[in-house]
Ligand binder design. Sequence first.
Ligand code: FMN
Length: 343
Amino acid sequence: MRQFRKQEHIENFLKSSFRGNTLLDQIFIDHQSLPGVSLDDVDLKTEFLGKTASAPILINAITGGSDFSKTINNALANIAHEFNIPMAVGSQTIALETPSTIESFSIVRRNNPNGIILSNLNGNSTIDDVKKAVEMIGADGIQIHLNVPQELSMAEGDKDFRYIAENISKIVEASTVPVMVKEVGFGMSTKAIKELYDIGIRIVDISGYGGTNFMEIENMRNPHLDTKQLYRWGIPTALSLLEASQLELPDLKLIASGGVASGLDIFHSLVLGASMAGICGELLRYVIHGGPEQARNYINNLVEQLKRLMVLVGSTNVEQLHSVPFRITGTLKDLYTAPRFRQ
Ligand SMILES: Cc1cc2nc3c(=O)[nH]c(=O)nc-3n(C[C@H](O)[C@H](O)[C@H](O)COP(=O)(O)O)c2cc1C
């Protein structure tokens, strides 16, 4: 059942056509005619989970659990290895239930023995599940995903969300590797981020609205429940990230994902305060439609675009981007400055 669902998610993702807006294009940054730096001096190196990534780009959680996903993970792991960038596997629950699928996940570590690799499980997972998932791929950290709208729209999905935070706090206490929490394209509110911070989470991927739309993907799977009215549900990536970074919680690392597709999107995310940007849907399209070589060229382009954008604002490392002044316009400004009733 789960194996079939994973395949359907990829197929429906490829068929999906709804386009939301991340609002990342509503960030305005001044061009610097005298940047005072050289392209050769730009260094994208980023410390992450005790290792050094060569660029602040994360291949975000996608798949595992079937022969087809093994092919995808094989291609993605080779790219992660070549570019020395972190990669997360898709939810490993399927491998815990069906050990014959483990190989479709462990290939990621086999192809990339020293790389930064992340496990992925849901918020109701047990400590034993976490331990097994981490061991399965020799993970450097684990992503716990939050996906309430998606669960609610799946006939077989979870319907009880009362104990997730409590469970995550137990995972944080018991885990031998850092635990990060991510959304799946609905964005994270400041309330949720503060709650996660209070239970010890120090890495959050806000995975906002505007890219992959799981309401549309699930709507194609479930003829009994129409979720069209929720295609616009979620906090746009730029807004979620901006509000999260304004919290200024000490030692909280923010990852930006959700509709991040270009070097400019990554650049805007880093300027807004993210220390890394996650790519999922756009890369998956390249892998499936173009093949591994095109996917590789796409990542290479992102790296080169990002370096050039950094020159345009006189920055030679990712840290400096956090001090680059920016303005916000349009809907992003409206939403960010709109008064909240009933705080
Ligand atoms: C086919 C597909 C499968 C996914 N599976 C998972 C998953 O197993 N676990 C998870 O945390 N996120 C999963 N995601 C969500 C992504 O990691 C990401 O948060 C989301 O797609 C938003 O990023 P994007 O707009 O770049 O795709 C999946 C996304 C896609 C497209």
